[in-house]
Design a protein around this ligand. Structure first.
Ligand SMILES: *Cc1c(COP(=O)(O)O)cnc(C)c1O
Length: 422
């Protein structure tokens, strides 16, 4: 039996209707921007394997550090004990974050990083007993993960439909722009002292369709929240670690969020790891002689030493002199190509921020995530040796930073072919 056949017998894949799923492609090797299947076919990983892989596959520096860590300490319980990789990662990460982040709380993925952030905010109001506040504000098309809390603060969609009745109530607001900013601020003012926190993806909403909005309006929303003591959570799970052209998307803000959520690019895409960071004000609200004010949250693999080591190695590469110029090079190429194709009759919109380039296909009436066009495009690019995974009619490129110009040009050229032929 082939690996694909064995897979079909025993595996249930994520986000996949298993009834008519195409055979899953067996990948046997990764190298830089490429993935190789069993038959030796090469694919350019233009979506960084679900946005996690920032430095390319099987990076030798990460591999070396992780192997050494594996032979020294693979894991240890993180309550009552600590270890060098966890402490060092926190020491290096906190000063890199915008604002005044003081503490790191470890989990093991993006959804749990969001869960912890929400719990920190809700319990902040319980612990300080200032007011009972339990409302949360989020964006209508947000995506914050697939666990129940993270789903609750995500937009209601085909992902959440079967569970909507059990998701907690959230005040959803539109993405801010020049026209509606006054109205959004008025809504926050009106809700003011019922609201515990505002959670947002800074400047780019990922899974919700790679929607973009301007930093100046987010600044105004955060400012309004701060006037009412509403805590703010920046979910940088997708945007963190250079994706939007800065190390963190929130560097474009003049206001400072209270909490950051990180995962995806954190380990360079090597291992699962989640981080929730907070400022002193949040941390202090949990300091007490009263045991009930403890943050009772943890996971078996919290702060796994191998994952922390992978993150330290990934940070070495991110901060090395080659990476920022690479990010700037991709940004410039994306801009050139965006200019070239904007106004194409088959495109409703072309938008770009840093290393993210987004093209929204014209579909007439059927513009849903489930549109037929999506599969056509997906298979077209796969046939050309490019992994692009459209969100419905929305194609985006989100490559590892080491991708070379030749491969970028090949992707652009293939997109142009798709625009002409599909
Ligand atoms: C992917 C994502 C998450 C969830 O992370 P997982 O590791 O997949 O659970 C949360 N927030 C944002 C913005 C994301 O893009």
């Amino acid at each position: 039996m082939s690996l694909t056949e064995r897979d079909q017998k025993v595996i249930w894949h994520p986000y996949t209707q298993m009834k008519n799923a195409l055979p899953h492609i067996p990948i046997v090797k990764g190298e830089g921007a490429y993935l190789f299947d069993e038959e030796g076919n090469r694919y350019i990983d233009a979506v960084s394997s679900w946005w996690v892989n920032i430095h390319g596959h099987a990076h030798p520096h990460i591999a070396e550090k992780v192997s050494a860590q594996l032979k020294t300490l693979e894991h240890v319980i993180f309550a009552g004990f600590t270890h060098e990789p966890a402490v060092q990662l926190a020491e290096r990460l906190l000063p890199l974050l915008p604002g005044d982040q003081q503490k790191v709380f470890y989990t093991d993925n993006g959804s749990t990083a969001v869960e912890v952030a929400l719990k920190m905010c809700l319990q902040y109001w319980v612990n300080t007993s200032k007011q009972s506040r339990s409302k949360i504000i989020a964006f209508k098309d947000a995506y914050h993960g697939d666990t129940f809390g993270a789903m609750s603060v995500s937009g209601r969609s085909i992902f959440t439909n079967p569970f909507n009745a059990l998701l907690f109530d959230v005040e959803f607001i539109d993405l801010p722009n020049e026209q509606n900013i006054a109205q959004l601020k008025a809504k926050i003012n009106y809700l003011s002292n019922e609201v515990a926190c505002f959670i947002f993806e800074p400047m780019v909403l990922g899974a919700g369709g790679m929607l973009m909005y301007e930093a100046q309006y987010l600044d105004q929303l955060i400012e309004t929240c701060q006037q009412h003591g509403i805590l703010t959570i920046a979910d940088e799970v997708m945007t963190g670690f250079g994706r939007t052209g800065k190390y963190f998307s929130c560097e474009a803000l003049s206001t400072k969020p209270d909490i950051f959520c990180l995962s995806k690019g954190l380990t360079g895409g090597t291992m699962p790891l989640g981080v929730t960071t907070c400022n002193q004000k949040i941390f202090d609200a949990f300091l007490s002689d009263d045991k009930l004010k403890t943050l009772y949250h943890g996971h078996s693999f919290t702060a796994n030493p191998i994952a922390c080591t992978a993150s330290l190695a990934s940070l070495d590469i991110l901060l090395s002199p080659e990476t920022l110029p690479n990010i700037q090079r991709i940004t410039a190429r994306h801009k050139e190509f965006a200019q070239q194709i904007s106004g194409h009759p088959k495109l409703k919109d072309v938008r770009q921020l840093g290393t993210i380039l987004v093209m929204e296909w014209e579909t007439g009436t059927d513009s849903s995530y489930l549109s037929e066009l999506r599969n056509k495009l997906y298979l077209f690019f796969l046939g050309k040796g490019i992994i692009l995974r459209p969100l419905g009619n929305i194609i985006y490129i989100l490559p590892p930073y080491i991708i070379n110009d030749e491969d970028l040009m090949y992707i652009y050229q293939t997109i142009t072919e798709a625009l002409n032929d599909i």
